[in-house]
Design a binder for this molecule. Structure first.
Ligand code: ZN
Length: 66
């Protein structure tokens, strides 16, 4: 995973796949984030656009029920 020290423009919520603009970026990772679409506020479930693309094409992209 590429560590970026600069803050991205937005994050993607893994729960509802919506872009999220309300977040706090710290030392190359998500410190805090909240999804206005679904209310998710677990920082680990938000990805940058770049990480989301990498994640979507990896085997990790396996949600139960999809
Ligand atoms: Zn969401």
């Amino acid at each position: 995973m590429v560590v970026k020290l600069s803050s991205p423009d937005y994050l993607i919520c893994c729960d509802c796949e919506s872009p999220c603009y309300v977040f706090e970026w710290k030392e190359g990772r998500v410190a805090e984030a909240i999804c206005e679409a679904c209310g998710n506020d677990e920082a680990e479930t938000f990805l940058t656009e770049e990480d989301y693309d990498a994640y979507a094409y990896s085997d990790a992209w396996k949600y139960p029920g999809r």
